[in-house]
Design a protein around this ligand. Structure first.
Ligand code: KG4
Length: 352
């Protein structure tokens, strides 16, 4: 990797304001400011998220530079999340990045958030025994807003070969968790409670869709109907069966995810398999990856927790690869909310 290229990454796509510094592929700092303001609403409120980003962005960048031990004049380029995400939130990071790059007279690099989740696998922490995926590899990208299987041919050459047609896996966790009264985001609570539950206590429906695509809306409905019927018989059903409900839900989500991933691995013949996005923090999903490695000879890659949820280190890392490829953007670059609105040749793109 080329030396002395120092990239500042800015991430503000949803409810985390993050800034990170990466120098020749090694992370020097990765500061993440979460937003507690959304908890009481049971989900992210876009307007509140943009306001919080406005408050957080300067202190977070300041802290990232300080922790990296560098002066802003040492920066080579600034990379920012262009989308997909909440438009008001993206505008804060985008505008900040443009202003800062302009003031420092350095190049600006726009980054696709989803591509960055995949490239988080290449962030070095400067340790000796680090292991990075080899091309081509498959990446299961699972977060609150996305569930995709990405075929990665090179750093900047990737293709989405399967994706959800409705809810994302994290959304399924969060929505079902909300129904049984767990706080937002529900995924980590389900994970925790499922450890004490029986995975086969309740049978939930699994989708039957083509190719490598996913669907989670049927599971959510079957969870809702199960509760409706059981609560009629016993008003305390949820409280009395909380752990079993979480274990059965988690088991089904993971079966759905792994069934398609296994199919993709079999049909492409690829055995390098990675996972990315917030849901990859799930302990049962991680376990399923290790079991598949053992059973099917996969070489699996699971990033450290700090690089799985939304973070700017992955934005800076992607910015680094794009910088090496001389892929810069101008001040007229605007953010995009949805994947379909992006038109960049090298970013994760939908299959025609
Ligand atoms: O990538 P991410 O941080 O950002 C968004 O896409 O918003 O992912 C957040 C998602 C949420 O849906 C959250 O419930 C889920 O990741 N999540 C988990 C776990 N930790 C976070 N889901 C299941 N088990 C977990 N341990």
């Amino acid at each position: 990797m080329q030396k002395d290229i120092t990239i500042l990454g800015i991430e503000s796509s949803c409810d985390d304001t993050s800034a990170a510094v990466i120098r020749h592929g090694v992370v020097l700092s990765n500061i993440i400011a979460g937003q507690k303001v959304h908890e009481k609403y049971g989900g992210v409120v876009p307007e509140l998220a943009s306001r919080a980003h406005q408050q957080n962005i300067i202190p977070v960048v300041h802290q990232a530079l300080k922790e990296a031990g560098i002066d802003k004049k040492e920066l080579t380029a600034i990379a920012f999340t262009r989308g997909p995400g909440l438009l008001g939130s993206l505008l804060v990071g985008t505008s900040f990045a443009k202003g800062f790059a302009q003031a420092l007279k350095i190049p600006l690099v726009e980054v696709n958030h989803l591509q960055a989740h995949v490239l988080a696998h290449f962030i070095s922490q400067g340790k000796e025994d680090e292991k990075f995926p080899k091309f081509p590899f498959l990446c299961l990208l699972v977060s609150g807003g996305n569930s995709q299987i990405v075929l990665v041919r090179d750093y900047l050459d990737m293709e989405i070969i399967g994706q959800t047609i409705d809810d994302a896996a994290g959304e399924a966790f969060d929505k079902c968790a909300k129904i049984i009264g767990l706080p937002y985001p529900g995924g980590p609570h389900v994970d925790r409670l499922a450890k004490e539950g029986n995975t086969h206590a309740f049978k939930l429906s699994k989708p039957n869709i083509e190719g490598y695509n996913y669907s989670f809306s049927g599971l959510k409905t079957s969870f809702l109907y199960l509760l409706r019927d059981k609560i009629k018989e016993n008003p305390n059903f949820v409280e009395e069966n909380l752990n079993d409900l979480c274990a059965s839900l988690q088991f089904t989500v993971i079966e759905i995810l792994m069934d398609k991933l296994r199919k993709a691995a079999e049909e492409t013949g690829i055995k390098q398999v990675a996972v990315a996005g917030g849901v990859s923090a799930n302990s049962a999903l991680r376990q399923a990856f290790y079991e598949h490695a053992e059973k099917f000879g996969w070489e699996v890659y699971i990033p450290p927790f700090s690089f799985t949820t939304d973070n700017a280190a992955m934005i800076a890392m992607t910015g680094y690869f794009k910088y090496l490829n001389r892929e810069f953007c101008g001040l007229d670059m605007t953010p995009f909310a949805r994947v379909g609105n992006s038109n960049f040749k090298n970013e994760a793109r939908q299959k025609a």
